[in-house]
Ligand binder design. Structure first.
Ligand code: SAH
Ligand code: SF4
Length: 437
């Protein structure tokens, strides 16, 4: 979602004369778009600000200016602390207020006014103020359809930094999707902190579910692929599961975070489902779409996690067999209920558990990729590869696939959707040859 937000910020600022630069040396302004989900993510911000302070001081000595803005969830969570600790910061703007950036920047530039902080949750959704059309580069794109969260898992800062759940109206999403397709996009990933809780307005004041929205997107000519992330198991309803069977535009890939394989820990996390319920959803998804690739998120070392709880997570992983996963050591976040529990797991033990879980997940990822060797996959070509004539694309299962150019008579180009014979698979990618017609 931060990638999407950053894109929107640069689109907004291009309207007031800014252009994206790849190096700080060429920039008049730097925006750090931050994540607050784990402590490590906010630490990155602090070290980056230290580096920018030196650059800003050097610019000052040369009579030049560098505007430093901090956006995103760290800005939302600890905006006041940032302005207190880091005098080099000119603007602090939360994730629900970044549509105000052009105005904030103009005020800093014109008035010489510094230290502008905007972290209120505005009454009007920011999407009302963002341009409806997009100027996106590339054949794949993110599109935010839902933001915020009302679930309040006990470890998570999202409900506090992104605010209450909000779904964008269907018409607005279709408009944005069409404009992406007009700029060359073929593969859209719909985004939301709880994307499958989507319930945006459609005509006659009725609400649309995510399945209905995807069906409507399926009618856009030129759009070949739709995915959605991140889903919550509790909102994995029957009609969304059956959409994986019914809708060809919906890719056979689903990120469905489970976090833990222990019912006791799931309860402590306030996740609202049991291991058995999660496994039942997985079975129903596989009934609907037998080849669906599942990915997940895991937290190890949540307060009170015993060896048995951790082993239950390993058992669940073995039972499901994931195509890919992210796993993290529990990170206490100030203001969340779990941070106040006094049953914290020893860091060393958490680290060992994480390494053990990651070994298993890596092996499953490798197995999944290798299971595609000898099969044909449909690849959307996204960019040139390292070798001459080689291109890199994505499979329907989200795997990166390296494809050789296919001869000089018909070189592959970005945007081609081609069939490929998979000849090799490693943990992170596949190698394919263009299938003969
Ligand atoms: N809405 C999604 C997750 C969003 S946060 C869901 O409910 O599944 C992305 C991931 O970050 C989470 O799935 C979780 O695995 C991880 N995460 C969130 N808070 C964390 C914390 N305090 N410590 C460690 N990992 C955390
Ligand atoms: Fe955080 Fe996801 Fe739980 Fe919401 S559902 S509180 S975003 S982990």
């Amino acid at each position: 979602m931060n990638v999407y937000d950053s894109d929107r910020m640069s689109e907004l600022l291009s309207e007031v004369g800014f252009a994206k630069k790849s190096s700080v040396d060429d920039a008049d302004m730097v925006i750090l778009n931050t994540c607050h989900i784990r402590e490590k993510a906010s630490e990155k911000l602090f070290s980056e600000l230290g580096r920018l302070r030196l650059i800003k001081e050097a610019r000052g000595r040369a009579g030049e200016r560098l505007i430093v803005a901090v956006a995103g969830c760290v800005a939302q969570g600890i905006g006041k602390e940032i302005t207190r600790r880091f005098p080099e910061v000119d603007i602090v703007v939360g994730p629900q207020s970044y549509h105000e950036l052009p105005d904030l920047v103009t005020r800093v530039l014109e008035g010489g006014q510094s230290r502008l902080v905007q972290t209120e949750f505005p009454v009007e959704p920011k999407f009302d103020f963002l341009p409806g059309t997009r100027s996106h580069q590339g054949v794949t794109a993110f599109l935010s359809i839902q933001e915020g969260c009302d679930k309040f898992c006990t470890f998570c800062v999202v409900p506090y930094t992104r605010g209450a759940e909000y779904s964008r109206p269907v018409s607005e999403i279709i408009f944005e999707a069409r404009s992406l397709v007009e700029s060359g996009v073929q593969d859209i990933t719909l985004l939301g902190q709880n994307v499958n809780a989507y319930h945006g307005l459609r005509g006659n004041n009725r609400k649309a579910s995510l399945a209905i929205l995807i069906e409507a997107l399926g009618e856009i000519e030129g759009l070949s692929r739709v995915r959605y992330t991140t889903s919550h198991p509790r909102d994995m309803g029957a009609n969304l599961i059956s959409a994986h069977e019914r809708l060809p535009i919906l890719m056979p890939h689903l990120h469905l975070p489970v976090q833990s394989g222990s019912n006791k820990i799931l309860k402590g996390m306030n996740r609202g489902y049991t291991v058995e319920e999660y496994l039942d959803i997985v079975d129903r998804l596989r009934d609907a779409r037998p080849d669906i690739a599942l990915s997940s998120d895991f937290i190890v070392g949540f307060p009170g996690e015993t060896r048995e709880d951790f082993e239950a997570t390993l058992t669940l992983v073995e039972r499901v067999n994931f195509a890919q996963a992210y796993s993290f050591k529990y990170s206490p976040r100030p203001g969340t209920p779990a941070a106040d529990l006094n049953s914290h797991v020893d860091q060393e033990i958490s680290a060992q558990r994480l390494a053990c879980l990651q070994r298993l997940l890596d092996q499953q990822q490798l197995n999944f990729n290798q299971s595609k060797v000898g099969t044909k996959l449909k690849i959307l070509i996204e960019k040139p590869g390292r070798n001459c004539g080689q291109m890199i694309g994505k499979s329907q299962y989200m795997q990166a696939v390296h494809v050789e150019g296919g001869g000089s008579s018909s070189p592959l180009k970005v945007g081609d959707l081609i069939e490929v014979d998979v000849v090799a698979g490693s943990k992170n990618s596949l190698t394919g040859e263009r299938a003969q017609k």
